[in-house]
Design a protein around this ligand. Structure first.
Ligand code: C2E
Ligand code: CA
Length: 596
């Protein structure tokens, strides 16, 4: 009884290895295996040579010389005996061998008389298949022959290991890769459904930073950083497998019961400490750890890595560097992805439209212009706001088409208003990426000429963006925009970090103060001081100052006292569709100017 249990456990482990190694029905490196089979045929001269792998119920032929068969039910094969006894099996004449003389493969087709099978052994001695020789005539098989057959079987397993390394290991770091990661998660998912695991992905450095570092310091610098991170993780995680799942991404699992957040906090702070690389140049990682607790059953879901990469990226913006997978953020991300896929249709079928938010002169109270803002009348979702799709679009070349559409629609609209005696100065938003387009200025100039608007009626709002800072071509393009007579505004000023030296080089005329700082001027004295000083300093530098997000009279009055030039916000109006804006612009200007 005990022996049977041991045998069953052994067979389970053995079949598990066959599965783990992905041996069954795999056609990779076919020629390499066939070459070994041909070599065996030449050496031993048998009719049939097979390289086979065997799982619980099937023997599959990786290489089959001398027969067209590609597989057998496991219980009918000689090879089953070879792997069960786990040593060379030689049957010199099956007809006279009492163990096999009545075997169906001896009495019937393919009428086996000679068989020699050598188990294919993994490192730890488990037989996953056989290299075997078969003939229809009896044959002597010496000890020397057996030794040669064993050498050839070793050669087969060397090939298996090479294939496995190519498939399941990262070529550079030799760590288990993302294919191994998925395979292991799938294995775990077959265990008890209800049990849970934490799955963690760490992004060690952002892709852009790592690319820059590689360009400047070579790949060795990057691998040093990965090796350093791995050694920290190993000392914190013990024997847990660490996977290299992306260029700068490591992954591992923790028990569902463990206090993952505390563990990750410790690891994250260790990873953030500066260290010396082999090049002598010190390095410092800026890791983000994304974690998700999942039941075993969920582990086989195909989007695990995507959701964790997203959490890891978000974590990099968090001061702790740790973030849990957030299904709400994920749903928003998925929605913005599917909207991005639909955008070309929206452009083609005219589903986009512009709304106009009035800008007001802080001294006279008159409408001084408008900011054009994008909207999408989606056939099923209703009106979609730019925040739901533009951040993703901005990272793709589609932003060019979007900005073109906005520019052309805006110019047409201004031309119509000009014709109707409503000369409005309008700003619109572009993405920093647009400035990387070599023909950006030409397209801007063409839109202006073709619609006959005055270039000074157009203002470009530009958010300061690290990716273009310092780019000489971008700077030259902005100067060309200014030379056309188009106004340049720095948008969301005060929301990010501002690189003053760079800002001073930009040919901008307008600073738009971000609504996040405007909202705080009544409650936070430091904000009030900052805004008052920015207005004063901005004026000295020759900027016109516009405040966004003005929602109350008190804020309006305070900004007017400080000399802010223009105001924009819900206090005056929300963004309006064309006719509503026309009414507003005419009425609001008239109402104020006709006051006593
Ligand atoms: P933004 O340039 O900062 O635009 C101002 C945003 O603040 C608008 O949101 C506007 O509706 C909102 N807003 C205006 N007044 C107030 C206020 O008093 N309080 C509050 N809480 N919010 C106010 P919207 O239209 O959803 O636009 C969001 C962002 O999308 C814009 O931020 C801009 O960065 C981008 N965007 C909009 N249209 C375009 C476009 O045509 N092209 C590009 N590249 N980006 C655009
Ligand atoms: Ca804006």
């Amino acid at each position: 009884m005990h022996e049977q249990l041991v045998a069953e456990a052994y067979e389970k482990r053995r079949a598990g290895l066959v599965q783990e190694l992905g041996l069954m029905d795999d056609d990779s490196s076919q020629e390499a295996y066939d070459r070994i089979a041909r070599l065996a045929k030449r050496i031993f001269g048998t009719k049939i040579v097979l390289i086979t792998f065997i799982d619980t119920d099937r023997q599959w032929f990786k290489s089959h010389l001398g027969t067209d068969m590609t597989e057998n039910p496991r219980d009918q094969t000689f090879c089953t005996h070879t792997i069960e006894q786990n040593k060379t099996l030689v049957v010199e004449d099956a007809a006279t061998d009492p163990r096999f003389s009545a075997h169906p493969l001896v009495l019937g087709e393919p009428r086996i008389r000679f068989y020699a099978g050598e188990p294919l052994l993994t490192h730890d001695g488990h037989p996953v298949g056989t290299l075997c020789l078969v003939d229809h005539r009896p044959k002597r098989f010496s000890q020397d022959d057996q030794d040669t057959l064993r050498d050839l079987a070793d050669l087969v397993m060397t090939q298996v290991r090479v294939d496995r390394d190519l498939t399941y290991r990262d070529a550079a770091t030799k760590m288990p890769n993302r294919i191994q990661f998925f395979a292991d998660l799938k294995d775990t998912s077959r265990l008890h459904d209800a049990e849970t695991q934490w799955v963690v992905v760490i992004e060690l450095i952002g892709l852009q930073e790592s690319n820059e570092a590689v360009r400047a310091l070579g790949l060795g610098y990057l691998y040093d950083q990965i090796a350093h991170a791995v050694s920290i993780l190993r000392s914190g995680l013990g024997s847990r497998t660490i996977y290299h799942v992306g260029p700068t991404h490591l992954a591992f699992c923790l028990d569902g019961e463990s206090d993952a957040l505390s563990i990750l906090d410790v690891l994250s702070s260790e990873l953030r400490k500066p260290f010396a690389t082999s090049s002598g140049i010190p390095a410092k990682l800026a890791p983000g750890c994304g974690a998700r607790k999942m039941t075993n059953a969920e582990l086989s879901s195909p989007d695990i890595l995507r959701t964790l990469l997203q959490a890891a990226r978000e974590a990099r913006d968090d001061h702790r560097g740790v973030a849990l997978y957030d299904p709400v953020a994920d749903a928003a991300q998925k929605r913005s992805y599917s909207l991005a896929l639909e955008l070309p249709r929206a452009l083609a079928e005219n589903e986009l439209f512009l709304v106009y938010q009035p800008r007001v002169d802080a001294r006279t109270g008159l409408c001084s212009g408008a900011e054009a803002l994008l909207r999408w009348k989606h056939p099923t979702l209703g009106v979609v706001f730019p925040g739901q799709f533009l951040p993703l679009i901005t990272k793709t070349p589609l932003i060019r088409d979007v900005t073109d559409w906005v520019l052309r629609s805006l110019c047409k609209q201004i031309a119509e208003w000009n014709a109707a005696n409503l000369a409005v100065h309008c700003s619109f938003n572009i993405s920093a990426r647009n400035l990387e387009e070599v023909d950006f200025v030409d397209r801007l100039a063409a839109a202006i000429t073709e619609t006959g608007v005055t270039s000074a009626q157009i203002e470009i709002e530009l958010v300061e963006d690290v990716s273009v800072i310092g780019d000489e071509k971008v700077l030259a393009r902005l100067h060309a925009v200014r030379d056309l007579g188009v106004v340049i505004a720095i948008d969301d000023f005060g929301s990010g970090y501002s690189n003053l030296a760079y800002l001073l080089q930009l040919p901008a005329k307008v600073l738009k103060l971000d609504r996040s700082i405007i909202a705080g001027i009544l409650t936070k004295p430091t904000y009030a001081t900052a805004v008052a000083s920015i207005i004063a300093m901005g004026h000295q530098l020759g900027y016109r100052i516009v405040a966004e997000g003005v929602e109350t009279d008190e804020i309006k009055d305070r900004l007017a006292d400080w000399g802010c030039d223009e105001l924009q916000g819900y206090l005056f109006s929300k963004p309006l569709e064309v006719t509503a804006f026309e009414d507003w612009a005419r009425r609001f200007s008239a109402e104020i100017s006709s006051r006593p």
